[in-house]
Design a protein around this ligand. Structure first.
Ligand code: AMP
Ligand code: GLY
Length: 435
């Protein structure tokens, strides 16, 4: 079948890599893609939110399946747009419509959804310009630090965690005054959850689901989780403390009730769900939902998927996930992200990347890269993810780092401590996982 994948980051290269290995694939197009996807598929210069142009392309090329990588087109309603068009009655779409994507598009909606369906999450209050005083009073009832979230999409920047009450009350006013534009015209104030963060990924056809595994992401730019937030500097899957008892709790208390909750609410959700979780003493609660895969988590989740992904997607689109054979690789997969010096602040683009031919026994996923005059050059803050397998996590990490050293570009930076906390955790806890 002919497939169109939307997006152009490391997540999309990892999805494209997996799709390109499918026995069902006839031709893969990626819009807009990057230098890595250009080697395994055809890049198309289309913006992911230009629905008219995407529709015209689907029609022209006879595309059978559309896979949506990022959240923006989902929240903006690409599924609804295409489903309203007679010409696309047989098009399979991986990604929810607007009614499902609002789980990521509105934090207030997500909180109401969790409360309605009994899914564990932090206590909260939603504040608008009309109840600022109540918001300030609610803040005063909480213990620091204070969590303030812009309700809408804010390019991953809309969450503030502040330690002083006065500062939190000032930030609340500034957010409602438009600090994050329209996205913060409503603000969700949340209780701060202690614990260790982990992500769990699932795919659902609206009735059944398959859990694609757990992953830990390293969000800060500096080693030891210091400095500014980034899109993610590395990842490990699976997370050792997320096995056994803990994963059972996640499935019973969170994944299943979410899928059932969507169905009860009349939402026909067909696509990925990304559960951002906090593990406090072995008890999981939801920090956030995303309606797409994570980046760089996809770079460790996709390699572990043994099932033909187009079979999985077809089953998802047709509501037949229960019958789909599903298998994950037991091994660990780790990835280390190479970023441009200065990221997540300002950084250069256009620097030549060398060393690809030296890499052995890792998978190189491109994020911000493009071809220029016969060379691959940097084209974003996050540039390359180097993913590797290992029977032990340590082995996978060593493999990723050995290959990271073979890649070069001007002012390259990466964290040297991806996975170290998990290795230490394992040393300290012996075999008592998930408790
Ligand atoms: P979000 O965009 O909701 O995932 O929030 C961004 C980050 O803020 C999360 O990945 C957590 O590290 C942190 N965070 C969000 N909500 C909470 C919370 N209620 N308690 C503790 N940390 C939180
Ligand atoms: N790595 C976190 C995210 O994709 O949202």
């Amino acid at each position: 079948m002919k497939v169109l994948l939307l997006g152009g980051g490391g997540r999309e290269h990892a999805l494209a890599w997996k799709i390109s290995r499918s026995a069902k694939l006839e031709k893969l197009y990626i819009a807009p893609g990057n230098a890595g996807t250009a080697e395994i598929a055809e890049n198309v210069a289309l913006a992911v939110t230009d629905f008219e142009a995407i529709a015209a392309f689907i029609q022209e090329k006879g595309i059978r399946m559309l896979v949506v990588g990022p959240e923006d087109p989902l929240v903006a309603g690409i599924r609804d747009f295409l489903e309203a068009d007679e010409r696309f009655r047989d098009l399979m779409i991986i990604g929810p419509g607007k009614a499902g994507a609002i789980l990521e598009g509105s934090k207030d909606f997500a909180k109401q959804f969790m409360i309605r369906h009994g899914i564990p999450t932090a206590g909260y209050m939603t504040v608008t310009a009309s109840n600022i005083d109540e918001g300030e009073q609610f803040l005063a009832t909480l213990r620091p630090p204070y969590v303030l979230k812009a309700d809408g999409l804010a390019a991953g920047k809309g969450v503030l965690i502040v330690s002083e009450l006065e500062e939190a009350q000032r930030e609340l006013r500034e957010m409602l005054d438009g600090k994050f534009g329209q996205a913060s015209s409503r603000v969700v104030i949340e209780e701060f959850l202690q614990g260790i963060e982990i992500s769990v990924f699932a795919i659902t056809d609206g009735k059944d689901y398959k859990i694609l595994g757990s992953a830990k992401d390293y969000k800060r730019i500096g080693e030891g989780d210091t400095g500014l937030n980034t899109g993610g500097m590395g990842a490990v899957s699976p997370v050792p403390f997320a096995d056994g008892e803990f994963s059972r709790k996640v499935e019973e208390r969170i994944v299943r009730p979410t899928v059932e909750g969507l169905r009860k609410d009349g939402v026909d959700y067909r696509g990925f769900i990304f559960f951002g979780l906090m593990n406090k003493d072995g008890e999981p609660s939801v920090i956030e939902y995303n309606v797409r895969m994570g980046d760089p988590e996809t770079e460790v989740v996709m390699p572990r998927l043994k099932t033909d992904i187009l079979e999985l997607f077809e089953a998802t689109a047709c509501g037949k996930l229960a019958d789909c054979h599903f298998e994950l690789d037991e091994r660990y997969c780790t990835t280390v992200m190479l970023v441009a010096g200065g990221y997540p602040g300002s950084y250069e683009k256009g620097n030549v990347i060398t060393g690809f031919d030296q890499v052995e026994n890792s998978i190189v996923f491109h994020a911000g890269t493009k071809w220029l005059d016969g060379q691959v050059v940097t084209n974003g803050g996050r540039v390359i993810a180097v993913s590797s397998f290992g029977t032990e996590m340590e082995e996978a990490l060593q493999q990723s780092y050995a290959n990271v050293k073979k890649l070069h570009f001007k002012d390259l930076y990466y964290r040297r401590d991806i996975g170290l906390d998990l290795l230490k955790w394992r040393e300290n806890s012996g075999s008592a996982s998930g408790k």
